[in-house]
Design a protein around this ligand. Structure first.
Ligand code: GLY
Length: 443
């Protein structure tokens, strides 16, 4: 018999491992289950062999085990109404209901909320006709962001194209899978898109608690080149939002929660874009998400010094006020670098041929260092119980340091100890802040 509350986390990615890891560090938590989980979540609790989409079986399990809090990781389940189903069964679940999750799932609705809240966002147009969409692209070289209207695209719904030609081709590809396409102006000059930041806030109606601001690296290649992915790494805190935290909360977070009539419970994730030279709107909003960012949560998790994290999520799930809670943070910076299948993000024959490759090196004493945490995602076990590559984004090597340089050096050191020919990674996560830090300190 384990003392403390029982938690069920739904999902199997790096974010869900980070959530399970945070629960293990929280006061008041006894048993941690993850469904279906991964080799990392197994280190901090018990994996349950139920698919994240089998809501009936998940509810049965939660009732049988008297689960005190369910946490769902991905927008996919939120969009299908998992929160409503658990609530109907009287089970506490952290996250927005199906209607509120539409701020992420329906990108056009998300834009409507921004506009109602008086928030600046790049101009956009909605098209059902490919030729009309192409004409809009040809009107202005800035009209080159091509978006799928659904936010449940596994990070592949938004294509900020470098040229009009690329955007025209993207429109054709997009219309093969949808009947509606959104064209958006990119925020930048001369084909260079401005810098982005992720703002995540734990909400309960109109009360909220912000997490550290972070920056994701969505492109597969170093220097932000190549195809878009679900995220190849992230770091926190990030410099571009420093000094603007209160402005972002006042001008963006609070008006959004108000327009949502205080009915949003869970993580409000706001994708921000810097608007340099504009004093009135130094940041614009690109989109909303309705859950923790992956991989952004991973570096943030290692900076949290918050035994009250479980209590905060449970309070939101119970739709109670969060105003009396505060989160504490370790000083310094954290970087998460994703080790991905060399065939990712294309799920082609090469990708498939690498599945099953063994991953060695995680028993190195370096990984006992408390500043180094490896969150598992698409890893698995073979029949012999050996760790293998079982998906795309496989491991999230996350390191803390007294500053971003130390976090980065530690991350490269940790990465060098993991031996697997099937995996690759970017060595430059955090590169903009690393350069700014070096320029400032002369290091
Ligand atoms: N890292 C981007 C996302 O979670 O949507």
């Amino acid at each position: 018999m384990v003392n403390g509350d029982s938690v069920l986390i739904i999902g199997s990615g790096g974010r869900e491992h980070a959530l399970a890891w945070l629960m293990a560090k929280s006061d008041g938590v006894g048993k941690i289950y993850t469904a279906p989980g991964n080799p990392g979540t197994k280190q901090v609790g018990e994996n349950v062999n139920i698919s994240a989409n089998d809501f009936d079986a998940l509810v049965d399990f939660a009732l049988k085990k008297k689960i005190d809090l369910v946490i769902t990781g991905s927008e996919s389940q939120l969009g299908k109404g998992i929160v409503d189903i658990f609530q109907k069964n009287g089970i506490n679940i952290y996250g927005p209901n199906q209607q509120m999750a539409q701020i992420e799932i329906d990108k056009i609705y998300g834009k409507e909320i921004m506009i109602k809240a008086g928030i600046s966002t790049p101009q956009h147009w909605i098209f059902k006709d490919p030729e009309a969409a192409k004409a809009k692209i040809m009107e202005d070289p800035k009209n080159t962001v091509v978006k799928h209207p659904s936010g449940d695209m596994g990070g592949k719904g938004v294509h900020p194209c470098a040229t009009q030609e690329e955007a025209l081709a993207e429109v054709d590809k997009m219309f093969e899978i949808t009947d509606t396409v959104v064209i958006e102006q990119f925020a930048g000059e001369k084909g260079v898109i401005h810098e982005e930041a992720s703002c995540m806030v734990i909400c309960s109606g109109l009360s909220y608690i912000p997490l550290l601001f972070s920056q994701d690296h969505k492109k597969e290649g170093e220097g932000d080149t190549g195809s878009n992915t679900g995220g190849m790494g992230a770091y926190a805190p990030c410099e571009i939002t420093r000094g603007y935290e209160d402005w972002i909360l006042e001008k963006i977070v609070k008006p959004t929660l108000k327009v949502l009539n205080g009915k949003f419970f869970g993580t409000l994730y706001i994708a921000l874009i810097r608007n340099p030279g504009d004093d009135i709107w130094p940041f614009q909003v690109l989109e909303y998400n309705a859950r923790f960012g992956d991989p952004e949560l991973q570096p943030i998790a290692t900076l949290l010094d918050a035994p009250n994290f479980y209590q905060i999520l449970k309070t939101s799930a119970q739709q109670e006020d969060l105003s009396n809670f505060e989160l504490k943070w370790h000083p310094g910076s954290a970087i998460c670098t994703v080790m991905a299948n060399k065939g990712y993000p294309r799920k082609d024959d090469y990708y498939k041929s690498l599945l099953g490759t063994r991953i060695l090196g995680l028993d190195d004493p370096y990984f006992k260092n408390p500043w180094v945490t490896v969150f598992h995602a698409g890893s698995g076990f073979n029949e012999k119980g050996e760790l293998i590559v079982a998906g795309g984004r496989t491991l999230n090597v996350t390191t803390r340091g007294k500053d971003i340089i130390e976090a980065h050096e530690r991350c490269l050191e940790a990465l060098s100890k993991i031996k697997c020919d099937a995996l690759r990674y970017r060595r430059d996560i955090g590169y903009r802040d690393i350069a700014r830090f070096k320029a400032r300190t002369g290091r």
